[in-house]
Unconditional design. Structure first.
Length: 337
């Protein structure tokens, strides 16, 4: 079954059927109803490639992920899966493309090859050349995270600054006077990775405002680094009684280090941060945390990208999410003495 037969049965031209399906040109309501009746009678489902060609679009998004050599964190994997799911709701496919390192050619093919209608870009730096590159091409894009001056771009982000500040205040209210931030890797911090930089600034500012002694350490994104990092913290600052973290990949190692040191959570040591809810629930005991809403971020990113694609140049929009801190069992009052 094809458009020609539908046109013949509906008594219209092939182009009229194409316009009625794509919406590229106005077609009278009566004609659209007649075409839809024929389609329903014949059980016609337009070929995806033909429909995309008729619309002048690929019905495909590019999702630019960290380099393939880097292990994606749980939040990143959850976000990728959520983007694919959200795109499918709108009958779109997702083309994954790594960036950074040796992957510049892959990114360039996505940007210039007209293989996608728009791009969702992950892991944003404060000064990100990929954002500048996309802006110069005019290709619609949405970033997950935002650059230092984000007014002209479309983006979705978690408000790491306010959330880390709330974590610090929560620990201060429980009487903790010496706390540490377990950050992401030194390389990410040095590169200007937005969440890491904003978390550091908010941690230090909030601790100073509450008269709390604050320490900041970088930690690579893996369990072994988490174990070594926590042992370093105990060696350098034995007076520390609580930690805030945005490094979910290091958490299993931190847990092993706590157990190895014979520290009970939360009686002897409290831990909180900004973490994917599944990992927070899997921690022992369950982790008090601001749960990163990967599904909501993906849905919003897809919707913003579709809005750009449909409307063309428009005033940039964004969404800054500040999920509540879920009180679980990993934080408690500091023991006196």
């Amino acid at each position: 079954m094809n458009i020609g037969e539908i046109a013949k049965r509906a008594g219209v031209s092939r182009s009229t059927v194409s316009y009625a399906l794509s919406g590229k040109r106005p077609v009278s309501a009566a004609t659209v109803r007649r075409i839809n009746d024929v389609i329903a009678e014949l059980g016609y489902r337009p070929n995806a490639s033909a429909r995309a060609l008729a619309e002048g679009r690929t019905r495909t998004f590019g999702l630019v992920i960290p380099p393939a050599s880097s292990r994606l964190t749980d939040v990143q994997l959850g976000f990728v899966a959520s983007v694919v799911e959200a795109a499918a709701v709108h009958d779109h496919d997702v083309l994954l493309s790594p960036s950074g390192g040796d992957h510049d050619r892959s990114f360039d093919r996505v940007v210039t090859g007209r293989r996608v209608d728009g791009v969702i870009l992950m892991e944003i730096l404060l000064h990100d050349p990929r954002v500048d590159r996309l802006t110069s091409t005019g290709l619609p894009f949405v970033t997950i995270g935002h650059v230092e001056d984000p007014a002209a771009s479309w983006w979705v982000d978690v408000d790491y600054g306010s959330l880390i500040g709330r974590c610090v205040r929560h620990l201060a209210d429980l009487g903790h006077r010496d706390i540490v931030l377990i950050n992401r890797s030194a390389e990410l911090v040095a590169s200007g990775y937005g969440p890491a930089v904003r978390a550091t600034e908010a941690f230090l500012e909030s601790a100073a405002a509450r008269g709390v002694t604050a320490h900041d350490v970088c930690c690579a994104d893996d369990p072994a680094a988490g174990l070594a990092c926590f042992e370093q913290i105990r060696s350098r600052w034995p007076e520390v009684t609580a930690a805030v973290t945005i490094n979910e990949a290091a958490l299993p190692g931190v847990q092993r280090a706590l157990h190895r040191a014979g520290l009970d959570v939360p009686r002897d040591f409290s831990l909180t941060g900004v973490i994917a809810d599944r990992l927070a629930e899997d921690f022992h005991p369950p982790l008090t945390a601001a749960d990163v809403p990967a599904g909501e971020m993906a849905r919003l990113a897809v919707e913003l990208l579709l809005e750009q694609i449909a409307d063309g140049p428009a005033m940039a929009r964004h969404a800054l999410l500040a999920p509540p801190i879920t009180l679980r069992s990993s934080t408690g009052a500091r023991l006196s003495g």
